[in-house]
Design a protein around this ligand. Structure first.
Ligand code: SAM
Length: 204
């Protein structure tokens, strides 16, 4: 685009603005905001906790979590998580692109990788934890009416959760064990399914 063109801008906290480009350089430009086109909107206070899987499928999870509306995306290292590292900057850039694409005015933070046991130790008392457990496969998909925000959805890695993790999660007062239907879903499908079920009952 060149000077005189009009663009829609957002910064994650001040809504969306129509702006006129006043200078267009190769690496930077200037635009003047003319009018607010939409007020700031925030997604419900829902976090997605997921164990990173292969690169393209992890990218998919981040993208879909933004589209479905979460406040924070937390990569989690579990006993059977394949990757011990994530590219947080890459995933954050993906979240930004997804927000631009779907017209969300808020870009969720993608945090660093957290160990599941430490997250459990420090879990906030007022945040419900919707633990998607593949051991529940066979049961009908849950209706997620009742656990309103603040809440978090937890999805495991390709290898699922260990018995010890299942026991610790089950001991937490905030945990609700969630079934996602008769079959074992791939981790990326499970994330989309769980967020959709929650949004259907609690989302805006
Ligand atoms: N091997 C497959 C893959 O490559 O992705 C299956 C992975 S499944 C074990 C990954 C995670 O999805 C589980 O840890 C669980 O969080 C969730 N999940 C899958 N199917 C589920 C179901 N029917 N009910 C509840 N959670 C499920």
């Amino acid at each position: 685009m060149s000077a005189g063109g009009r663009v829609l801008l957002f910064n994650g906290s001040d809504g969306e603005w129509l702006a006129e480009i006043t200078e267009a350089g190769k690496k930077a430009g200037t635009a003047t905001c003319e009018a607010q086109t939409r007020p700031q909107a925030m997604p419900p206070d829902l976090w997605l906790l997921f164990a990173p899987i292969k690169k393209a499928r992890t990218d998919f999870i981040v993208e879909k979590a933004v589209e479905l509306g979460v406040r924070r995306i937390v990569p989690v290292q579990t006993r059977f998580t394949n990757s011990e590292r994530i590219r947080q900057d890459r995933l954050q850039a993906h979240a930004l692109e997804a927000a631009e694409q779907c017209g969300a005015l808020f870009v969720p933070e993608v945090t660093e990788l957290h160990r599941l046991d430490r997250l459990i130790d420090d879990w906030p008392g007022d945040r419900g934890l919707l633990f998607c457990d593949e051991a529940e496969a066979g049961s009908r998909a849950a209706t997620l009416a009742g656990p309103p925000a603040p809440a978090a959805v937890l999805v495991g890695p390709e290898g699922g959760f260990s018995d010890a993790e299942r026991a610790r999660l089950g001991d937490m007062a905030q945990t609700r064990v969630i079934a996602l239907g008769p079959r074992i879903l791939r981790a990326d499908t499970a994330a989309v399914a769980a967020l959709t079920l929650w949004q259907a009952e609690n989302g805006d």
